[in-house]
Structures are given as structure tokens and as C-alpha cells.
Design a binder for this molecule. Structure first.
Ligand code: LLP
Length: 433
């Protein structure tokens, strides 16, 4: 569900024409819809609140990696949304927009000592520990911070969750599956039980629960349900051993309909399934949705540079957006619907949709049926609000795409396209040159 619709023959983001945005911000530009973000958060919030008995006062922690623009985060922060973070930088972004430490979860397979110390100092809600080696380092970091704590600068004992790898991988592509046996994330069930006991025995960390995230773009609830059942069983066993388990972090992963069809389970069905599995356990749940919140809240606006009609019959639609702006098709063979900003009359013809970057990987789509577009036409890649701008680079010395936020009739450039001077200023030339 999103708020990008045709009005008076032109595609709009809410109340603002994408032609206006292209005129003001240029292309390529990411355009986000605040109403869509709010709607997605609202649906999840409503579903969680309907299942308070089973899920407690569930935290919805937006996976900042999906879209870390400060205005996007601020839009969600105002609703009471939390943040799932995987680096000091992401924690800083969440704090910068007013998400309090108590709503910030810190996950990730390779947190440095400095990052762990920062998270402890900021009093984040919970650190998800992903390995035995990390638990050792966290205990050491926490213990050494306590030695420098003062009355005016007290340092709390960090709450931790142990991230379990349930050997249930799922997701839209092998590169975004995280819960499979061989994947680098978390520890197997047996090891998680042992780590929990070890953490319980340390005065420097407080184990509060378990965490799990098995993959991304999951379009079937059954692997998620199987993973949640593993968490439930572990909780019961840990409690039988005398441990306190008060929180379960259920990760993110629910997919979105990239093809325009409504085949994915709804947020309500997803949350109801979690509530069914956890019913009677008396834990507080956390969800870490990224894509679900942001994907359909953003489009990548681009202009046709030209159409190359070759004598061998291939037809290339060459856009001013490229793989450096939206990497998902090159990296995961991902599908993003492409729409003209002004509908074009004429029969659809197969096009290869490409950008100007100098490699064949810079291909957004092969043989995509599109109406006859021409140089100068504006198009949008739909569902580009998650893992779009955040994964972009300046490859081929292409300035990062601008980002614009629309909210009703208002719009603002929330990340201007850098100038070449700004780009070069970041690279001081060695003084002997
Ligand atoms: N929690 C953890 C611990 C994660 O690793 C992730 C995503 C999420 C939550 C959010 O998952 P989501 O709800 O968005 O599925 N760049 C890839 C996706 C990578 C996802 C990585 N982890 C893509 O463009 O498809």
C-alpha cells in the first residue's frame, strides 16, 4: 500500500507531482511518502496493540539499515517508533532524531569494542549478542566501563539478548537469507543456551531474552512461525533452568509485493501469527521491520537519456539512474516495477532497462514490456524506499541521488545531490603531489 498515484494524468507522491520534484531536485532522485511510512507503522502498531496479551507492550524497531535518512527516521520517531541498528553510526542517527536509547536495539555480527562501549554509554534498550567471542568482549568492555563510571556519569549494566540461528533460512535471495545453518548470524540453539547461562553468571551483562532474524523479503509465514516456535521452546527451557527471560526479539523479514500483486501476508496476519505462537509466555515482543515499513514508501525518479534501437533488434532504455543509485537489481536480480510519470500511449514493447555505468551489471531489467518512451521522459522505479538510497555509491563519479520527502502538499529536499566540488573536497590530495 502506498500513496503514489496518478492525478490529472501525472504521477504524484501524495499531493505533489513527480514532475515538480524532478524540476526542483533534478534526477535521479529518491522521493518518499510520509503518509505511507505512517500508514505502515500504524498498521503494525494497531496489530501489536490488538495482541497485548500475548506480545506485551511490543516494540516496533525500524531497521535503520533499510532507510537511514534523518527525515525518514524523524517521521517514524514522532510516532513512537524504535530503531534496530547495526553500527555506531546508525545508533547516532536514531539518537539524533530523538529516538531514546530505551527504544534502540543494537544488533550485528561484528560490533567493535568502541561500538559496544558507545551503546552501553547511551543506555540502549538491548544489545543482541551474536557469538561467544562477542559475549566475552562485551563483558570485558562493560566491566572496564564500570571502573571509570562516576556518580555524575553512571554506567548501567547492558541488557542483552542472545541471537539464535535456528537453522531456518528464508528470504527472497540467497544473499539476504540470514537464519540458515551456514549463515554467519547468531549461534545454534545449544550454544545459545550455554551463552545465556554464561551471561546470567556475569555481573557485567543482564540477559533479558532471545533474538532471531532469519532473512528478508519473506513472503510465506511458515518459516517465520517455525523460528518463533524455536524461541518459545528455548524460553521455556531457559526458565525451567531458572533463568529469567522477559523479551523476545522476532527480527524483521516480512516481504512486500514488488510485482504489484497482493501475495504477501499482511502485517496483521504476521503479528497475529506471532501472538498465536507466543501466547501465554508472558514476554515483551520486539519486531524489526525494515522493508515492510519503507519499501513502498519510496520511488526512484529518473529521466530517460535516450532509447538505443539496435540493428540486431535489441531496444535499450538508457536512464540517468544507474546501479550506483539502486543496486538491488544488479546484486539480487531484484524486480522493481518501472512506471512512466506521464502515461504514454502506444503498444508495449520489450526493453532492456539500463543505466550509464560502464558494466553490464548495470541493467535494471531485461525484456521489460514498456510503452514507447523517449528521451526526456520521466520514469520511476517503484518500491525503492528500502535498501535503495542507503546502498548507493558514487561509482563512476556519479553524485549520490538526491532525496526528497513529501508529506501531503509539502515537500523538502532531505539530502541534496552533492556538487562535484563537495565530492572532491572529501579527498585531500597528498601534499607531495
Ligand atoms: N533485523 C535484522 C537483524 C536484520 O539483519 C535485518 C535486515 C532486519 C531486521 C530488517 O529486515 P527486513 O524487515 O527489511 O526484511 N539489502 C537487502 C536486504 C538486506 C537485509 C539485511 N537485514 C535487499 O535490498 O533486499
Amino acid at each position: 500500500m502506498h500513496y503514489f498515484d496518478l492525478k490529472d494524468g501525472v504521477l504524484h507522491a501524495e499531493g505533489v507531482s513527480l514532475e515538480t520534484l524532478a524540476q526542483e531536485a533534478g534526477t535521479p532522485t529518491y522521493a518518499y511518502s510520509a503518509a505511507t511510512l505512517r500508514r505502515h507503522y500504524g498498521l503494525l502498531r494497531e496489530a501489536c496493540d490488538a495482541h497485548k496479551g500475548a506480545l506485551g507492550d511490543a516494540l516496533i524497531a525500524f531497521a535503520v539499515k533499510a532507510n537511514s535518512n534523518l527525515s525518514v527516521l524523524a517521521t517514524l520517531a514522532k510516532l513512537g517508533c524504535g530503531a534496530d541498528t547495526v553500527s555506531e553510526g546508525e545508533i547516532r542517527r536514531a539518537l539524533a532524531v530523538g529516538i531514546p536509547g530505551e527504544r534502540i536495539i543494537f544488533s550485528g555480527v561484528g560490533k567493535t569494542d568502541a561500538e559496544l562501549a558507545f551503546a552501553i554509554e547511551q543506555g540502549v534498550r538491548q544489545i543482541n549478542v551474536e557469538s561467544s567471542a562477542e559475549l566475552d568482549r562485551l563483558i570485558a568492555v562493560s566491566s572496564s566501563l564500570k571502573q571509570v563510571a562516576t556518580a555524575s556519569r553512571p554506567i548501567g549494566t547492558p541488557n542483552i539478548a542472545i541471537r539464535v540461528n535456528p537453522k531456518i533460512g528464508a528470504g527472497g535471495h540467497a544473499k539476504i537469507t540470514t537464519g540458515g545453518a551456514g549463515d554467519k548470524f547468531g549461534v545454534p540453539v545449544e550454544e545459545a543456551m550455554a551463552l545465556y547461562a554464561r551471561a546470567s553468571a556475569s555481573p557485567h551483562v543482564t540477559p533479558v531474552g532471545l533474538a532471531c532474524h532469519i532473512g528478508s523479503q519473506i513472503t510465506d509465514l511458515s518459516p517465520l512461525e517455525a523460528a518463533f516456535r524455536v524461541l518459545r521452546q528455548m524460553t521455556e527451557e531457559l526458565r525451567a533452568q531458572g533463568h529469567s527471560v522477559t523479551r523476545l526479539d522476532l527480527g524483521g523479514g516480512l516481504g512486500v509485493p514488488y510485482y504489484g500483486e497482493a501475495a504477501t501476508p499482511s502485517p496483521a496476519e504476521y503479528v497475529a501469527m506471532a501472538a498465536r505462537v507466543l501466547d501465554g509466555l508472558n514476554v515483551e515482543a520486539a519486531f524489526e521491520p525494515g522493508r515492510l515499513m519503507a519499501a513502498n514508501a519510496g520511488v526512484l525518479l529518473s529521466r530517460v537519456i535516450q532509447v538505443n534501437e539496435r540493428t540486431d533488434g535489441r531496444r535499450f532504455l538508457v536512464l540517468d539512474a544507474a546501479m550506483n543509485d539502486l543496486m538491488r537489481p544488479a546484486l539480487y536480480d531484484a524486480f522493481h516495477d518501472l512506471k512512466p510519470v506521464r502515461p504514454v500511449a502506444g503498444a508495449a514493447l520489450p526493453h532492456d532497462v539500463v543505466g550509464p555505468v560502464c558494466e553490464t551489471g548495470d541493467t535494471f531489467a531485461r525484456d521489460r514490456d514498456l510503452p514507447p518512451l523517449k528521451a526526456g521522459d520521466l520514469v520511476v522505479f517503484m518500491s525503492a524506499g528500502a535498501y535503495g538510497a542507503v546502498m548507493s555509491s558514487e561509482y563512476n563519479t556519479r553524485p549520490l541521488a538526491a532525496e526528497v520527502l513529501v508529506d501531503g502538499d509539502r515537500h523538502a529536499v532531505i539530502r541534496p545531490r552533492p556538487t562535484y566540488d563537495e565530492m572532491f573536497a572529501r579527498e585531500p590530495v597528498a601534499d607531495w603531489l
